[in-house]
Design a protein around this ligand. Structure first.
Ligand SMILES: [Zn+2]
Ligand SMILES: [Zn+2]
Length: 385
């Protein structure tokens, strides 16, 4: 049973903007454009048929249940875009999900940033599907997962695009515009995430990767339009500021996180804020993959919102992951390096970042740095261990 949630606010503003766009378009139309209309018409018929077979709207989004990580598949007029691909564990699920959806190629593959929980599945997709445009942030890391990424990009001879804030891309009936990062070089690479607002008619979807308070502030200071109807909560439901949520002003929120994840996502203050301002909530850890479509006016979710505003607990998954992934073998006194288990950064014990690091992410390590690099860790750019 499908529930249709209608929304009408902000209609006037959007109508005015659309009208202006139409005027500009009419003014810029050439006769050459007109002569190709017949060819376009038959193409449009085919597209329409494809569209009817694939979903109920012009734009269909799937927030994939990839456990702890993020992957969103978007489709419009038989064209596909993948935004992040989830972690290693989810990589084969993501590829087979795309195959089941009929994906033969990706018009866009957008990798928000190069953390494993976003990048690993994207590498799987790069191996499996031709990609017309690869969009990534403009930085490199020395992690082993990044090396695998760089190898497949080189093998396929792709040239990644590093977009600037304000750049706009067309995608089927929709467009998406880049909203972050406004600057690069954050110590925490999450803050360098490429974020977008995907727009179809009056409907807008915010997807900001793993940005946090630092990047949020920069986006707000730059006065970027980030208003959207549906907000994928930043960084798996980690921090969000009141001001930022206010600026996006969504009706619906989606949180992509794993059940019992070790980070305690979503954060208590974040879900409390969502509940306080009565934003309808969908969660992949509670509901699996979330499907939504937009016809340019209405947004239709396949599921009902779960409106489950309970925060994550540092669950059973933490013991498992710690057993599998922890490099901790020393204490604060006898360690050579201090690791951030979340950002996978290697720091010297005296690094300023160690003082501000979340205690739960802190690990002490004694031994060879190469072993850390082999396990996906990268060196801090400030203390240069
Ligand atoms: Zn992440
Ligand atoms: Zn991240």
């Amino acid at each position: 049973m499908r529930q249709r949630f209608q929304r009408s606010k902000r209609y006037t503003k959007r109508f005015a903007a659309g009208f202006l766009l139409l005027l500009l378009c009419l003014a810029g139309c050439s006769t050459k454009d007109m002569s190709s209309i017949t060819a376009q018409a038959s193409e449009q018929e085919v597209r329409k048929q494809v569209e009817q077979e694939q979903g109920s709207g012009d734009l269909n989004l799937h927030y994939l249940d990839v456990g702890q990580g993020n992957a969103v598949l978007a489709e419009s007029q038989g064209r596909y875009m993948l935004i992040d691909g989830g972690a290693r564990k989810a990589s084969s699920f993501v590829v087979s999900y795309l195959e089941k959806q009929g994906v033969k190629e990706l018009d866009y593959l957008l990798i928000s940033h190069f953390d494993e929980d976003h990048l690993a599945g994207a590498i799987g997709a790069l191996h499996k599907f031709p990609v017309k445009q690869l969009i990534t942030p403009d930085y490199e890391t020395d992690s082993s997962i990044y090396q695998s990424y760089a190898e497949v990009v080189e093998e396929k001879q792709y040239q990644a695009v590093h977009p600037k804030v304000g750049d706009t891309f067309t995608f089927g009936t929709a467009t998406f515009r880049i909203i972050s990062p406004t600057v690069y070089g954050h110590e925490d690479e999450n803050q360098d995430s490429v974020g977008i607002v995907l727009q179809n008619g009056e409907n807008e979807f915010f997807i900001g990767g793993d940005i946090g308070l630092e990047s949020e502030k920069e986006i707000l200071n730059a006065g970027i339009d980030i208003q959207a109807d549906v907000m994928l909560m930043n960084h798996h439901g980690s921090h969000v500021s009141d001001d930022f949520l206010d600026a996006v002003n969504p009706d619906y929120a989606v949180i992509s996180c794993g059940a019992d994840n070790r980070y305690g996502h979503p954060r208590q203050d974040t879900v409390e804020l969502l509940e306080k301002v009565q934003i309808l909530l969908f969660r992949t850890d509670k509901q699996g993959t979330i499907d939504v479509s937009s016809d340019g006016k209405d947004i239709t979710f396949v599921q009902q919102p779960c409106n489950d505003y309970t925060p994550g607990t540092r669950g059973s998954d933490s013991q498992q992951e710690e057993a599998a992934g922890s490099m901790e073998n020393a204490g604060p006194e006898d360690c050579d390096y201090v690791l951030n288990a979340h950002t996978k950064k290697i720091h010297l014990p005296g690094c300023a970042s160690v003082k501000t690091m979340d205690e739960d992410n802190k690990e002490y390590y004694k031994g060879d740095k190469q072993a850390l690099l082999d396990n996906g860790y990268t060196a801090c750019g400030n203390c240069k261990p």
